[in-house]
Design a protein around this ligand. Structure first.
Ligand code: FAD
Length: 457
């Protein structure tokens, strides 16, 4: 049998699996988390229920295909549960790595190990209830700085300003290395939190960075910036509502100063100058002008990095993919080994594993499908690899002391969660600990096995 393995069950992995299954091959998904979905389940904002429900339904349809097999709760990687060599010893015809970008990017600053300093993905995993992050301390204080000005930064601000159940938030400050013209968040996302912006304060901040921006031919007048990024601020009836959302442009964090308990108390930032380059682009250049912000929580939302512990060859941009000097901008999916200067036969990367922190779920889906088609093309021309069967793979995983979750287990878990949701009168419910999920699966399975007792009169 020529079976294809997929590592990761986020949008890229799930839609890669669908493509492979529809091409007639058996596909075996290995996923770190018990449940499929990746960041669609554990990253997308918790209140985007309709979007999440739609994606869950599509993932369930993929799992319903008879030639799709699933092993959840299994971490693949040379430093994890199953090494790449062990995976290859199960004889896949090809492997598609769709494991996302699990490494956190934090600036290496003095004091960075202070309490209250977090990477955005870990924080988002926490409030989206992904074990083990769900049970870890991600406490926030009154004054929070978020470094970065993309959609993830705004999602986190929204959570802290409006929805975190235990929030004490009085202010959230977005700290950005570059100027207002480099804002990366979408209008749809900022709309949720625009009423927390003090119009006069933002106007003063735009005035503060006007000189270097104007020197680089950047118009940062409130009229222009509001029209492009903060539409509601142009509304004559606009009203500010606390807590406060502030912006600090052209600023780079340089040091974290902890208090006596080891928690961040201040963030030192250097003001940046903006410099026009000969090609018309700009770069932010750090000056020696320092400003200290009173902050008790700091979150880095500057994108994710690839996970080196998996053991795939790494290049400057993450996992190395086949270079093509003739088409340097074209996307490549085959894994490249720089040491041997050749592709690793049958290894492909896709989604955020190919390009970290790039694109929404729809883009990851498309990338998964393209990556899968490359793997299918390779497998078509390859000899039979004698891939192990589902039962044989399960036996190997269990012999290693692992606790793989199968499609049948997921169906039991879904039923248990539906029942909980009904009992709690919630639109949906999800367990936030692995042991709770194991117990729910076991209980549900027992319930199904028990013979129905005749009602007693
Ligand atoms: C905070 C946030 C908010 C977002 N909001 C939106 C939104 O509103 N709308 C939208 O369309 N998109 C949104 N996105 C983007 C979207 O989530 C991504 O485009 C998409 O999830 C990327 O898919 P992926 O499959 O490549 O990676 P991921 O979704 O990260 O999936 C990776 C999968 O691999 C598994 N995995 C990781 N390591 C291993 C390993 N070693 N072994 C086995 N399995 C492993 C993980 O468990 C996971 O299931 C958001 C992203 C973030 C971070």
């Amino acid at each position: 049998m020529k079976g294809i393995f997929v590592v990761g069950a986020g949008p890229a992995g799930m839609f890669a699996a669908r493509q492979i299954a529809l091409a007639g091959y058996d596909v075996f998904i290995f996923n770190r988390d018990i449940k499929p979905g990746g960041l669609a389940e554990y990253g997308i904002y918790p209140l985007k229920e309709k979007m999440k429900a739609g994606l869950r339904k599509q993932f369930a349809q993929v799992l319903a295909l008879p030639n799709v097999h699933y092993f959840g709760n299994i971490l693949i990687g040379d430093s994890y549960d199953i090494s790449l060599a062990e995976l290859e010893a199960m004889h896949p015809a090809a492997i598609v790595f769709a494991c996302g970008a699990q490494g956190a990017r934090k600036l290496r600053l003095p004091g960075a190990d202070a309490k209250g300093v977090y990477a955005a993905k870990d924080f988002v995993y926490h409030f989206n209830q992904l074990p083990p992050y769900s049970g870890m301390d991600f406490s926030t204080g009154k004054h929070i700085a978020i470094v970065g000005m993309g959609n993830v930064a705004i999602d986190i601000a929204r959570w802290l300003l409006q929805d975190a159940p235990d929030r004490k938030t009085e202010s959230v400050t977005i700290v950005a290395r570059r100027g207002p013209l480099e804002i990366k968040f979408d209008e749809k996302e900022i709309e949720y939190v625009e009423h927390h912006i003090d119009r006069d304060e933002l106007a003063a901040e735009l005035a503060r960075v006007k000189e270097p921006c104007t020197r680089c031919n950047q118009d940062v007048s409130p009229e222009k910036i509001y029209a492009e990024h903060f539409r509601k601020l142009n509304d004559p009836g606009f009203q500010f509502a606390p807590p406060r959302l502030s912006f600090r442009f052209l600023s780079s964090p340089v040091a974290i100063l902890p208090d006596a308990n080891g928690r961040i108390a201040k963030l030192e930032v250097a003001e940046n100058d903006l410099v026009l380059k000969p090609d018309g682009s700009t770069s932010a250049v750090q000056t020696d002008r320092l400003v200290t912000l009173d902050i008790d929580t700091l979150i880095f939302a500057i994108g994710d990095a690839h996970d080196a512990k998996i053991g795939l060859p790494m290049g400057p941009e993450g996992y190395a993919t086949e270079p093509d000097p003739a088409n340097p901008n074209e996307a490549h999916y085959a894994v490249w080994n720089p040491a041997t200067e050749s592709v690793v036969p049958g290894f492909y990367v896709t989604g955020w594993a190919r390009k970290a922190s790039t694109g929404l779920a729809g883009i990851a889906r498309h990338d998964g499908e393209v990556g899968a088609s490359k793997a299918i093309e390779f497998v078509k021309n390859a000899p039979d690899s004698n891939t192990l069967s589902e039962e044989e793979i399960l036996a190997r995983l269990e012999a290693r002391g692992l606790h793989p979750i199968t499609k049948a287990d997921l169906a039991l878990l879904a039923r248990a969660e539906q029942r909980e949701a009904q009992q709690r009168q919630m639109p949906s419910f999800k367990y936030s600990r692995n042991d709770e999920m194991f117990n729910a699966i076991a209980d549900e399975s027992l319930e199904q096995a028990e013979p129905q007792l005749a009602p007693t009169s």
